[in-house]
Design a protein around this ligand. Structure first.
Ligand SMILES: CC(C)(COP(=O)(O)OP(=O)(O)OC[C@H]1O[C@@H](n2cnc3c(N)ncnc32)[C@H](O)[C@@H]1OP(=O)(O)O)[C@@H](O)C(=O)NCCC(=O)NCCS
Length: 134
């Protein structure tokens, strides 16, 4: 059985550090984290912030053995479905993270700018997806 549910920052720490060496979470009141569970096991999560009319994806990851099965897209669409009055979603992604860049392009994000030195000597793309505000 699959389930996406809101979780607390301390419950994602070990999982997050596995995929993001500098993983930090729970630092601001605008931040939300949802985890994807399959038969009770956490296999992915999305961590995002909503700052008035802008949303930002801080982290998204799916366990290696469950990738390319649409779970990342499910998490992304779940997050977008929860947004209300938000006109754009942005994120930074390492320019060398080809898989994630393809994932975002497939899901309607466009490259907007390069952030030089964003990751300790490595550059990032700023990617943005515009949303229709209803
Ligand atoms: C990015 C990530 C979350 C995608 O999760 P996922 O569950 O594998 O993604 P999906 O199965 O929903 O992929 C949807 C589509 O995106 C594209 N895509 C996803 N991963 C891809 C990859 N590695 N290479 C090329 N295209 C990819 C494909 O078009 C895919 O559809 P397809 O499998 O039918 O071809 C996952 O690769 C991950 O956890 N990466 C490590 C952490 C990371 O880098 N996060 C992003 C930086 S913040």
């Amino acid at each position: 059985m699959k389930e996406i549910k809101k979780i607390n920052p301390h419950d994602i720490l070990d999982y997050g550090i596995k995929y993001f060496p500098n993983f930090r979470t729970g630092s601001n009141p605008f931040e939300f984290i949802y985890a994807y569970y399959l038969d009770g096991k956490m296999i992915g999560f999305i961590d995002y912030s909503i700052i008035y009319e802008k949303a930002e994806i801080n982290y998204i990851a799916v366990s290696e053995e469950y990738r390319r099965k649409g779970i990342g897209e499910e998490l992304l669409n779940y997050f977008i479905s929860k947004l209300n009055g938000v006109s754009s979603v942005s994120l930074e992604v390492n320019v060398n993270n080809e898989g994630a860049i393809k994932f975002y392009l497939k899901n309607g994000f466009v490259k907007k700018a390069i952030r030089k030195n964003y990751y300790n000597g490595e550059d990032a793309y700023l990617m943005v997806k515009k949303l229709e505000v209803i």
